[in-house]
Design a protein around this ligand. Structure first.
Ligand code: DGJ
Length: 742
């Protein structure tokens, strides 16, 4: 019987190798996607990257190459299974499969693991067919006997070389099955060892720490088991080969997963020294039932390569995010200068108080006024009101209209804070629908910040959340929502579903979130949205496709923020990174900083103010007006330009410096900070990068001054090679310099 199944499989594999393409569309002339029929090799060429995979004699699809672009006729393939090493590591067990099913003799980390209802858990995915359509490639892998088809979807972005990979998993069989784990992709790096990994870790008010570790035999798992993206790890990685990597040099492979639910990215080095990165749904507590005919789509896992170091890896990702991920693409609006009242008033918002702040903000040049938490329901602190999205009539007796009209009259757009996925047990919504939250019947419902998580996977809950927000936006002239999310999941039960269907919540919840955001955007195209999760706990390419900006951290101390922003910028574009100027000393760490330092730090992203403007002096207001005007003159360069990290503030380093250059290289802006001055030790000479060497740039100081003798104008080459010495001295001094082609 066993023999028979094996023979059938072999026959299927051979048939698969010669399978005809699925209605293959003729590829455009300079197509990025090619299929070499003779070698049975698929090849994607995009930007400076080549990616290739081939079908081995056993019908398995194997990664052949991912890295710097190769010549068109370079030989790639044929794919061969990993050779037998011993009886413990037989032939093929450690092959670099593109998307391995867990079955046969495989010992490498599989991308997909399923369990058929009859108990069979053997899955061997072999090549079936392919299709090239509009530059995208679909490859169908199949286990006909198990009744499982997987369509691997590939896109390639020519501007950046970023490749997108995802999988569509379909139950084509006659019996139900459960998916135990499903990755979006496995990325295999070129053979060789001496790889190291960079990744991001964090916690509330301490997000975006950059970590580095050697990749050695074994596994490193980056993940969130929290139900949402989380800040413990962020779904991004960068890997270097050879150890010699810095901002400007070194081979770097990088990737980011577009998913805002529980996720995992696992980096394995096997006994052959092969490095694989497998990422997708977190297998932890996963279980997704598929009845015959049903399917599951994975998130997209994006990956890229550069030979030019971490700085270029970040710039490629930034460019990709701006043009391919964020709404509006290259035509997206620049982030307006924003005021948010949270740190000034917390829950004590009311019409008169907010109007006073709005009047002050408008005079400074602020363009958007945002009312944060506390405007709705019985929300006087964080114990009550979440879920009741009607205006608190004690605080706003005439509704929000008078305030909104006032804000508009002052020439600003109006924004409002919401936390739509949450409910306080002390709320009318929870009293009416205690069954709407994630829970296991008769078990404790653990609270976080006195709130529970609404189960968006339920159709009625999803419909309710959409209706509430739709109504809010229809009835009020609102241009911006700050969408907050302040706790992890706990007791993630979905008792209304059959026991074996409940774990679908890990997928369905996030899909519902995306669906709500998508529909709201379509119905209210004038409304922009910020993704906030108690700071930076929901920043990923999934949510960024549906939001215009993100909040990196509740820690608004301008010195801590330098490292936070530096970590953020490894993976994400400053075009989406909001940064506020807040009170000094900071609530976070009691550190006192000048308004200059605070503004210059916040000007590295989307500038906002979160301080209590009623406490600002005339001198403060004048300072703020200066920086806001300067910011408007350079924000296109900060948000859309190329970012160069010159001095890293990681590991509590004393210095930090960056420069950004506009796409046409006509303008550049440099920010420099000293956190910890040491008498006798001068601030390093700065060599901005990315300027046009042959063009002449005049410099202007937003703040600070050059060392005596610094010229007002010189060539790009001069600034980049000779460098610029700034007069920065003592603790917490800073400077900002604009370079303009004249
Ligand atoms: C957490 C956010 O990160 C803060 O900016 C603020 O909006 C509070 N929630 C409000 O409760």
């Amino acid at each position: 019987m066993k023999h028979h199944a094996h023979a059938t499989r072999l026959a299927l594999a051979i048939a698969a190798i010669f399978a005809t393409p699925l209605a293959a569309a003729p590829a455009p002339r300079d197509a990025a996607v090619r299929y070499d029929t003779a070698a049975h090799v698929f090849r994607l060429d995009a930007g400076k990257v080549t990616y290739a995979m081939g079908v081995d004699p056993d019908g398995k699809l194997q990664t052949l190459y991912w890295g710097a672009r190769l010549a068109k006729d370079d030989p790639l393939g044929p794919a061969m299974p990993a050779p037998e090493r011993s009886s413990f590591d037989p032939k093929g067990a450690l092959s670099r499969q593109e998307y391995a099913g867990w079955g046969g003799n495989i010992t490498a980390m599989p991308a997909l693991k399923v369990k058929l209802d009859d108990g069979n858990r053997d899955l061997i995915l072999r090549y079936d067919s392919y299709r090239i359509d509009h530059g995208a490639l679909d490859i169908v892998l199949s286990d006909k006997q198990a009744g499982v088809d997987v369509t691997l979807h590939y896109t390639a972005d020519d501007a950046t070389g970023v490749i997108g990979r995802s999988a569509h998993i379909e139950n084509k069989g006659k019996q139900p099955l459960t998916i135990d784990s499903a990755a979006a992709a496995t990325w295999s790096l070129p053979s060789g060892s001496d790889y190291s990994l960079r990744y991001l870790t964090g916690t509330w008010a301490g997000e975006w720490h950059l970590q580095t570790r050697a990749i050695t035999p074994g596994a490193t798992v980056l993940e969130s088991r929290r139900g949402s993206t989380g800040d413990e790890n962020n779904p991004w990685f960068a890997i270097n080969r050879g150890g010699a990597w810095n901002e400007a040099q070194g081979d770097v492979w990088f990737g980011a997963l577009a998913w805002s639910g529980s996720w995992s990215i696992r980096v394995d080095e096997d006994i052959l020294g092969q490095v694989r990165v497998t990422g997708g749904y977190n297998p932890f507590d996963f279980g997704y039932r598929l009845k015959p005919g049903e399917s599951l789509d994975t998130p997209v896992f994006y990956g890229g390569y550069t030979g030019d170091g971490m700085g270029e890896a970040s710039r490629l990702l930034h460019r990709f995010e701006r043009s391919r991920i964020l709404p509006g693409g290259d035509n997206a609006k620049l982030r307006p200068v924003l005021y948010n009242s949270w740190e000034a008033t917390e829950f004590k918002v009311d019409e008169a108080g907010q109007i006073k702040l709005a009047e002050r903000a408008a005079k400074l040049g602020v363009e958007r006024f945002v009312v944060d938490d506390g405007w709705f329901g019985a929300r006087n602190n964080d114990h009550a009101g979440l879920g009741d999205w009607t205006v608190n009539r004690t605080k706003f007796p005439n509704g929000l209209k008078p305030l909104i009209d006032k804000v508009h009259g002052l020439g600003m757009s109006f924004g409002l804070w919401v936390e739509p996925e949450m409910v306080n047990p002390d709320s009318d919504l929870y009293r009416a629908h205690p069954d709407w939250v994630l829970n296991f019947p008769d078990r404790q419902r653990s609270e976080g910040r006195n709130q529970l998580v609404l189960n968006l996977a339920r159709e009625d809950v999803k419909a309710h959340v959409f209706e509430v927000l739709d109504k809010l936006l229809a009835e009020n002239d609102i241009q911006f929502l700050k969408w907050d999310y302040n706790r992890n999941w706990s007791e993630p039960g979905w008792p209304q579903m059959a026991p074996d269907e409940q774990q679908k919540v890990y997928v369905a919840y996030t899909q519902s979130l995306y669906d709500i955001l998508r529909r709201l955007r379509a119905k209210h195209p004038g409304v922009e949205i910020e993704s906030c999760s108690g700071g930076g706990a929901r920043v990923d390419l999934g949510v960024m496709a549906l939001t215009d900006e993100v909040w990196p951290s509740d820690n608004t101390d301008a010195s801590d923020r330098l490292a936070i922003q530096d970590g953020f910028s490894q993976a994400y574009t400053p075009a989406a990174m909001m940064a506020w100027v807040t009170a000094s000393p900071s609530w976070a760490n009691k550190r006192a900083l000048s308004l200059d330092f605070r503004f210059l730090s916040a000007m590295q992203g989307g500038l906002g103010i979160g301080a209590n403007l009623l406490e600002w002096t005339d001198a403060d207001n004048a300072t703020a007006r200066h920086y806001i005007a300067e910011y408007k003159a350079i924000r296109a360069t900060v948000q859309r330009g190329d970012l160069y990290r010159l001095l890293s503030p990681q590991q509590r380093a004393p210095w930090s410096a960056t420069n950004s250059v506009s796409a046409d290289r006509k303008q550049a802006v440099l920010f420099a900070f000293q956190r910890d001055g040491e008498e006798g030790r001068a601030f390093p000479t700065l060599r901005p990068q990315g300027l046009d060497a042959n063009a002449r740039y005049r410099i202007r100081y937003i703040h600070g001054a050059g060392a005596p003798g610094t010229p007002d104008a010189a060539s790009g080459a001069y600034w980049m090679e000779h460098g610029l010495d700034l007069q920065i001295k003592g603790d917490f001094d800073a400077a900002g310099v604009v370079f303009e082609q004249r």
